[in-house]
Design a protein around this ligand. Structure first.
Ligand SMILES: [Co+2]
Length: 349
């Protein structure tokens, strides 16, 4: 692999949740380049050797503002769209204020969740060095459309693709592009499906070829943290138990932290809604009840600093340190018996 030194211009980037007003570049320094010749005022050299053996995923140079240059994939007219993806003035929820039958809601959520899980599993089956994240996106898109369902991220707040793909130091919300996956990468694929008025949301971080031990441990810790968080759920349980459980669990891993910046969310007729589910220690008072549907989706980051940069595309969040991040997500339904994973890829109950 190439040098572990990267030139980065943090002054050109903003922190997530602050207004992005940036147009500048971060550039990969390949081995053999004379760094002194390339560094300009305001640059920082990012040394990621402590985090393992991988390359930073960096955007094309020069950066582009926004995503208007990306052409969204087409969705057949026969597929029902969520209100935000309908470009007419009639883009209101076709089912306002109806009292939901809980059994029907559960079936609807399971159906959406199942399609999402199947699309995610298919994506995992093609992941290997040389495959682009755009190819992953296209497979996810076609799989969802094939089930006469809609890929929820597409046109959500202007997002131009049908899933998110986040490679290595991209913590979340990466936009699929033409970068081929490299041997040693880790890549999160985040799939959400809208079917018959319900959303199902799931993600997983995949290993690409031979991933170093630190990367494998990060991905494993993330999967385990998600499952620990789910195991804590059930009717009558305070939502803060999810964060407490995950934070405690991750303490088993030296040198890995949980990001406080990415939250699980209520889900159902809407892609994102209350309650917001923290994956770190918190003092939320709200309590889970039967019929609640929400995601758990911890982002774990190498090192103790989880802060990030938002790219000028308005979506991609990079770790500030260059460390890798991994994420795993399921949609959970609270039932009389506990918590059910709605985004399991199997059809058994
Ligand atoms: Co989600």
């Amino acid at each position: 692999m190439t040098s572990r030194l990267f030139r980065f211009r943090p002054s050109a980037l903003s922190r997530p949740r602050k207004l992005p007003k940036i147009s500048n570049r971060a550039r990969l320094i390949t081995s053999g380049a004379n760094i002194d010749d390339l560094v300009e005022e305001g640059d920082e050299l990012l040394d990621i050797s402590a985090f393992g053996n991988y390359n930073l995923a960096l955007p094309e140079d020069p950066y582009r503002e926004g995503v208007s240059h990306i052409v969204p994939a087409l969705v057949p007219h026969s597929v029902e769209r969520p209100p935000y993806a309908i470009s007419t003035s009639e883009s209101v929820d076709p089912r306002p204020n109806v009292v939901e039958d809980l059994d029907m809601k559960h079936l609807g959520m399971r159906h959406a969740g199942l399609i999402a899980a199947l699309a995610l599993r298919k994506a995992g089956q093609i992941i290997q060095p040389g495959v682009t994240t755009k190819a992953i996106n296209d497979l996810v898109h076609d799989t969802i459309i094939g089930h006469r369902a809609y890929p929820s991220p597409l046109l959500y707040k202007g997002f131009p693709m049908s899933c998110c793909t986040s490679v290595n130091n991209v913590l979340a919300h990466g936009i699929p592009d033409e970068r081929p996956l490299e041997d040693g990468d880790i890549v999160n694929v985040d799939v959400t499906v809208y079917k018959d008025g319900w959303h199902g949301d799931t993600s997983k971080t995949f290993l690409v070829g031979n991933v170093d031990q630190q990367g494998r441990e990060l991905v494993q810790a993330t999967e385990e943290a998600l499952m620990a968080g789910i195991a804590a759920c059930g009717p009558g349980v305070p939502f803060r138990e999810v964060g407490r459980t995950i934070a405690t669990y991750v303490q088993n891993y030296a040198g890995i932290s949980v990001s406080p910046d990415f939250l699980g969310h209520g889900i159902g007729r809407n892609f994102h809604q209350e309650p917001w589910v923290s994956h770190t220690e918190n003092d939320s008072e709200s309590v889970m009840k039967v019929g609640d549907y929400f995601t758990i989706e911890p982002v774990l980051v190498q090192g103790m600093d989880t802060s990030g940069w938002l790219l000028p595309d308005g979506w991609t969040v990079l770790s500030e340190t260059g460390a890798r991040g991994a994420q795993a997500e399921h949609t959970i339904g609270i039932t009389e018996n506990g918590a059910e994973i709605m985004t399991r890829p199997d059809t058994t109950t």
